[in-house]
Every structure is written in C-alpha cells, then in structure tokens.
Ligand binder design. Sequence first.
Ligand code: DGJ
Length: 725
Amino acid sequence: MIIWKEPYFYLETKHTSYIMRILSNGMLHHVYYGAKIPKEDMGWYQLFQGKGFSPAVTVNGLVSSADLIPQEYPSFGRGDYRCPAFAVETADGRRLNELTYDHHEILEEKPALPGLPSLDVNMEESNSLAVTLKDAACGYEVVLHYTVLEEEDVIARHTEIRNRGKDAVYVRRAASLSLDIERDNLEFLSLSGAWGRERYPNRRPLSPGTTSIESRRGSSSHQLNPFAALASPDATETAGEVYGFSLIYSADFQILTEVSQYGCTRLQAGLNPETFSWKMEAGETFVTPEALMTYSGHGFQEMSHHFHDVCRRHLGRSAARDMVHPIIINSWEAMYFDLSEEKLKQFLADCEGLDIDTFVVDDGWFGRRTDDQSSLGDWFVDEERFPGGLHGVAECCRNAGMKFGIWFEPEMISRDSRLYKAHPDWCIRGQEEPVECRHQLVLDMSRKEVVDGIYEQMAAFIREYDITYIKWDFNRNLTDNGSFFLPPDRQREHTHRYMLGVYSLMHRLTETFPQVFFEGCSGGGGRFDFGILYYMPQIWTSDDSDAAERLRIQYGTSYAYPPASMVAHVSACPNHQTGRITPFATRGEVAQMCNYGYELAVGQLASEEKTMIREQVRKHRRLDEMIQRGIFYRLCSPFTGNLCAWQMVSEDQKRSYVMAAFLMAEPNPGGQYLRLQGLRKDGQYKVEPLGITAGGETLMRAGIPVIAPQRDYTAFAFELEWLSE
Ligand code: DGJ
C-alpha cells in the first residue's frame, strides 16, 4: 500500500514500513525502513544539526547539512560528501547535481523497464509510486520508482533519468536504489566465490568508509553475486534484523556500502559506475535495471523466503508455475567432446527404463567441435560424426520416451569457425587483437545484426529438431570492452548495450518458442542472477558436481535464490572436479533439493546403482511439487560444522522433506537432534524412515534423532506426512 499524506510517503508491505518525506528545501528525506510502524507525523524523527566541515543547509527551520541528512537519491557537489547515487555531466563540463522534489504519481500499472528483465506484478497485488525530482540548473529529471509487493515484503526500485534540456548529457553513475540507514553497527553479507565454488556466504562487520562488491566481467560473475544483506550483529537464521538487496541484472554491477562519520550506513545497488556511462541526447530517457530490497525482523531465513517468493511468483518465466521442470540426463560428464551418433544411441539404450524425462546433448555436436578450440558460432550439425544430422539420435531419444534437448553457447565465436571467416568483425575487439579465453572470443551482442544472425541459426535448429530444452552456456567473461560501431563518447556504454542485446535474444527466443525450457549456465553458476532467471526458470548451479562441495554451493545460493531455480545432477565418482568419492545415495540426496538430473556414463554403472536411479527419480517426482512451491529452511550450515541439513515444507505444511549430510566420519561418534521448522502445530506427522508419529511442535522444539555415521559423506533423508488430528 502506498499512502501520500503531505509531506510523507508511507509505503507498506505486510510486515514492513518504508517512509520518506519532502523537506522544506525540496530534498527527499529518507525517514525509516524496517518493521511495520503506524503512519504518523514523524517531524521529530531527525538528528539534524549544523556541523563543521559540512556545508550548512536550512531545512524545516533547522540548520543541518546534506552530509548528515538521510536521503533517497543523494547527489554530488552540494555538501553531501558521501557516495552519490548518481552523477550526470553536461557536455560543457558541469557536474554538480542537485535534486529537489517536483511531483509524484501513484500509478495503476507498474512501469515497464524497456529491454530489461523486471518483476511482473499484477497491480491488484501491489502499488507503484513514481517520485520526480528535478535538477533545475541542468534541466534533467530523475524519477524514482517504487513498487510495493505487500505479500512478499519486498519493494522493487528503479530509476529513470530524463534529459529535458536542449543538449546531450552524460550519465556517469545511476544507482537503481540508494538507502540510508541511521545505524553504524550493521554487518555485511555477500555471496562470493570462484569457478567451482560459487556463492559462499561471507559476513563481516562494516566500519567507517566504503565496502563494495562488484563485477567488471560483463557478467554477474562466479566471484561476487549481485546480492547483499545488511544484518544486525545478533542476526541468526531465525532471529535479528536483516535487510536484503538484489539486482535483476546479469552484467557489471556494484553494491556499495558507506558508513559515514555520523554513523549512517548508506547502501547503493546498480550498474558499476567504473565501467559504465551513457550519453542521453535531448529528450531521451535512461532506465536503470530493477533492484529489490526487503526487510526481515526474523533473521536471514525470512529474508531468503521473501526473495524466493518474489522469484517464484513474479519473475518472468520463473513464475511460469505450470512449466514442469524435467528430470534430465546430460551428456557432458559422461562423454565430454567425444560424441558420435553411435555413442549417443548406445547412451540412450543404456538409459532405458530409468524414466528420465529429457536427454540433453551438451557441447560438441556442432561445426567441427571435437575439443574446445573451434566452431562456436557454427550452429549446425557436424555431418562427419552425424551423417544425416541429429535426426537419428533425436528419434532414438523419443523412442526411448525422452524429449530431446541441446546445448548452445550463443554469445561466443571461435576463430576457427565458418562464422568468423564470414564475419571477422562480429567479435568484441578493440585496437589490439582480442584476448582469447578457453580459445574463444565474445560476439558483440550490442549489434543488432549479430543478435539477428545468431537468432536465425538457433531458431532454424529448434524448428528442425523440435527442441524442447536448451542449455544456454557462457564460458568466458568479456575483455576488449568497447566497439568500433560506437562513437568515442559512447564506448563506456558497451557492456550495458551487450547485456541488452543478450536479453533481446533471450526475449525473442522465449517468446517465439514458449515450449522450450531454458537452463541458464555460465561455466556452472557464473551468471546466477535474477536477470537470467527472468528468462530461464533454472540455472546450472555450479560445474562442481561433487556432493560435498554442492552442500556448500546450494546452501549459499539459497540465501537469495530458491531451490526451484537451481539445477543439480548426480555425477560419477571419483568426482571429476575434486577426485572425491561419495556414496551414490548421498549424491542423490544432495541433488534432490534442486531441479534434478544425471550426468554420468550410465553404461558403466553397477545394476544396484541403476536401481537406485529408478528409486531416486520416483522420489524426485514425489518431492517436485514441494521443491517448486514449498518453503526452504536452512537447518545446519556446512560452513560452521560437520553436519549440513536443510528442509522443504509444502505450502499447506502437510508434507516435508529433510536432508541431513555429515561431511567427515568421526571416531566414536554420538548423534544429535535436528530441530525442524515450518510445521503445523496441530495434528501429528508420520516421519519415515524413522517409523514414528509426532506432533509438529515436538518435532520443531525437540527435533528428530540423527545418529552420526561411520562413513564419510553420509546423508540421511526423512519424509514427513501430516495426519489429521
Ligand atoms: C560449462 C558448463 O558448465 C558444463 O556443464 C558444460 O556445458 C561445458 N561448459 C561445455 O563446454
């Protein structure tokens, strides 16, 4: 709900209030964000006072300074020395910015963000506010957009900058959101990592000065995810205050915090100003990516639930609840590049009876691609290895009762390819020879003819083979940023233009082929973000398929993203990434919480393992509804102890699934009670395989017994079913 009661804006979700007010000098003062409070006159709620070395400003009859006042969208050069939310320069070099309130509108429709992924919101469920601020001297406007998602306790924000002047201006910085919280004891949690170990939670106290996470890789990155939380020092999974922030964007970003001299913590999220700039001609508008913010008064878990709910209910195709996430078998770790018609047909024969939904032929089927040195961009079948195309394989796949899926890496080009011979200028390059990574170059997706060319190839293939599943990979980051096709003063627009081009391709393909189920991927989870999840309902969480590593990766990823967005597969042992040996059953249980599948040489499995696959597939079908729509609880962290445990509870709380995995076996071990969460307090639950019946309250307060195993990497799983009173 959004209420305007001059001079206040009250934005309310089910459990939170967000309050701002217009000050006498036109400044937009951020008053409060946190647990819900009444809509009162809070004129007394300010710490305004004059300060040395901070230029004076008189507001509401008090002398204060911009350096001290919490603001909605702070600017540079007029007395606030903290980090500005935006920076606009005019062609004649003016770079002082000062915004004052002009007008506002409470909108009936959530405004569209042209070319960008953003939340789909039915306005019966929410309200949108647009506050227009003006820089009178330079002639541009800044519109701050707020959409309130009441049920999910989330506020979506973005910013529009409109050039109302006669000349071009340059946007050097444009945060999607800026938030001033008058506290200096908050802790910062981010998800950081590397290839093969993505999104480990990293928590540290903030101190005076800036702390920022960012990407300048042209991708949201394996290293730092576009998500952050600010938490009270006492915050745990289930208690304490936590603010969560996330961007719906997949390229260069920055999430920055600054703790000021007067104890205010400023957080900004948006495009990375270091690699970005945008020229706006007179009359043009620039729209930032959308950012999400939420507040939880009950720890990190509730913050995660808010993001999970928004993702499942309002994020493009992720919200397409009727799309069944198929159980897949993928060729990569089974065969890598060593593909042939005969091998694939044999593989399919080996899969008979496993009841898997979709077979995905990964890298290696196109051009002359027998290793990673060639053919990206040549999206037609290698006739030498597949005479007559992939029709024989596709038919065999369908005869085996499976749908046919395929791998593409649409944004890339190999020097050794027909595409490169035909269009050597299609790759991103500067004056120098472009830098190769995995022997490949990146296509300049900021150019329409490049996007069109790739679209035509992919569309023809999808039609010819009646493809229903596409894994979309992205195996390197951008270098040589810039384009010969942009004028000198637009070079810094390139990375954002690249991303807009990629989104346009994703948009076109998903619109034209709604039957195709897309899986995002970037060397595993190198582009795991809400931008990709807008177009693709699930993402390959990591190239690391080792069960012990996946405990950490999936646990960390769940801080921002729901299990329904993650893909996990059972793979072979010794594991190809770590050399580790884990029990087959553990590999299955660890993967069960995600969208499920296999990638191993089925023909080399023992018959007991094949029997286990059939059981695991049956189990996944039983759990799938809960994984897609249920509520996820982190019970024990693999980052702090030897036991990792999580739990899913169905929406109606009548069913639950619990997974508890011990890492290393210990001598003479004991055991422990695992306290469950999210259960009904009335009635009883049957808990299998314990064979017990107990009340939800008992299971949550006393817990279920888990005896420590005498074998490394042992996982236990429990299924609960509610029995009426
Ligand atoms: C990286 C992906 O994450 C893998 O699953 C596989 O598709 C390879 N690329 C193929 O090159």
